[in-house]
Design a protein around this ligand. Structure first.
Ligand code: MN
Length: 206
């Protein structure tokens, strides 16, 4: 899956995550914001045919080694492209209440309990100054870590594999929650697709 990159389908309707994430926000977020990152990511790569076979994840992970003229565009718009693709994928209407299996054990081991994990995750995402993301990532060593990133930076660029992410740009919640980022982050747990997070966890650990 290389250039040109397509805007991924959500896999559910814009109103499917109501009341936790409202339909209008989802529609603008997907059809305007994510579409915009996709278009600009493709535009940056158009003349760089040697890069057309590479995955979006590989380009974002290695943006520092790309030609200087497209580093910023790949970091920001490529980052926006892959970050949102993950975000849509790890949400689902009426998500499972909790992780199971290996992922559940790994969360308990790394953070003490699911509740403690949720607190730390919301703390990191809620505390990200300005626009950015909160992430649960798998490190090189196969362990779990919570990180936040500014703007559209991806943990991939730091050698970490994100398996759960939440967008804390105001465009992700402002219509419904206004400035109440903590309320949006609490509601997020109602739509997390833990099965997808578990799949990503298994894949990241190979
Ligand atoms: Mn966004």
């Amino acid at each position: 899956m290389g250039y040109p990159f397509d805007l991924p389908e959500l896999g559910y309707s814009y109103d499917a995550l109501e009341p936790h994430i409202d339909a209008r926000t989802m529609e603008i977020h997907h059809s305007k914001h994510h579409a915009g990152y996709t278009k600009k990511f493709n535009a940056a790569l158009a003349d760089h045919t040697d890069l057309h076979g590479r995955s979006a994840e590989s380009l974002v992970a290695g943006w520092r080694s790309l030609p200087e003229s497209i580093r910023g565009a790949v970091r920001n718009n490529g980052g926006g492209y892959v970050n949102h693709a993950l975000f849509w994928d790890v949400m689902t209407p009426g998500g499972a209440g909790a992780p199971s299996g290996d992922l559940a054990s790994a969360i308990d081991e790394a953070f003490g309990s699911l509740e403690k994990f949720k607190e730390s995750f919301a703390g990191a995402a809620g505390g990200q100054f300005g626009s950015g993301w909160g992430w649960l990532v798998v490190t090189d060593g196969g362990g779990l870590e919570i990180v936040s990133t500014p703007n559209q930076d991806s943990p991939l660029s730091d050698g970490k594999t994100p398996i759960l992410g939440v967008d804390v740009w105001e465009h992700a919640y402002y219509l419904h929650y206004q400035n109440r980022r903590p309320d949006y982050l609490s509601a997020f747990w109602n739509v997390v697709n833990w099965d997808k997070v578990a799949e990503r966890f298994a894949a990241a650990r190979g």
